[in-house]
Design a protein around this ligand. Sequence first.
Ligand SMILES: [Zn+2]
Length: 109
Amino acid sequence: MSLGLNTRARVFQKTGGKCFYCGCDLDFKTYHIDHFIPKSNNGKGGDNLVPSCSDCNLYKGRLSVDEFREKIENSIYSSIKGRMINKYFHLNNSKIKFYFEEADNIGDL
Ligand SMILES: [Zn+2]
């Protein structure tokens, strides 16, 4: 899918340039656009597009946000996915919370 510069700018601004999931700073030129509700699950429209780093976008894949959270939680004890755990574990001591759930500068989609 090819998206215009306007769409990239609008999606980027939804979080002020932070990854929707882990909250890391994004580079405008290289950031990924994630389908919050997967396309395979009928996710459509500009409201469904959120800014994401490549790690989160690729790791989330076609999962819903709840399935994505579960995948991270289930991999806490797997050293292979250590990088993803390090991205999220600091956000909350016991429960995986994504950036968009904790940041108060993000409005409703
Ligand atoms: Zn991320």
